[in-house]
Design a protein around this ligand. Sequence first.
Ligand SMILES: [Zn+2]
Length: 273
Amino acid sequence: MRRAASLAVLLLLTACSPTGCDGTPPAPDKGPPPAPGDTVGPAEPPAEPPAPETPPEPEPVDWPHDPPGGLAPGSGSGATDPTVWAAGMRFPMKAGPAYANSQVYGYGGFAAPGPGGQCDPRNYSYPWRDNFCETRSWTNGLCPAGRGHQGQDIRPATCVKKVHEVVAAESGRITSIGSYTVTLLGDSGRIYRYLHMDMPGVHALFPDAASRTVARGQTLGKVSADFGGSATTIHLHFEIKAPVDTGSGATVMFVPTYPSLVDSYGRLLNGAA
Ligand SMILES: [Zn+2]
């Protein structure tokens, strides 16, 4: 009998919580709600201001281009000097893509590597290739043979005449408009020559002496194939003449064009022409 009573007490204690015996767990005692201004718990540290977002640097745009002096096979011996003779010049076409290669040793040229016309896609593709010292009979003092091409051939984005704009490599003055050559004397003293543009279009843009002072990047004309009555392929032949110290004073002469074109085209592709 005593044992049964003890068991009942034990059961009673087991089933009941300190606040009741209905089986519901007791609500935690929260105490009175905090008065306004009271601090509850440790103060939160002030949030750090978000760091300003730094936009990722864009990857520089590059394009396949052979080194200076890397002429087309069989077309002569090139000038490998990487000197950028016209540092900071504007690429002479308004927009890319453009294709520096040979119009004589390319498809459709007099010394083509195989059958194909001037509009062959292989002429309108990379890599770029130097042709400043390409085999020609013209005097070219900085070429290994002392003779060469004097400039660089550049095809525009597409094989179409009178579409692609040619621009001033630097600010200066147009000193001559010939039957297929436009000469620009830059403010630096360098001379730039542009061959084979659409010449009626050039004359229309520069009708008189007053119009011939030009700003860097100003349109000079459009790429075509004019050649003083005959025609060549659709391309711009571009030259730079600059004073060169030959050991007995400075002589103005044709300087390798290709490194300055590589430099300026890279800036054009990267939006800093
Ligand atoms: Zn040429």
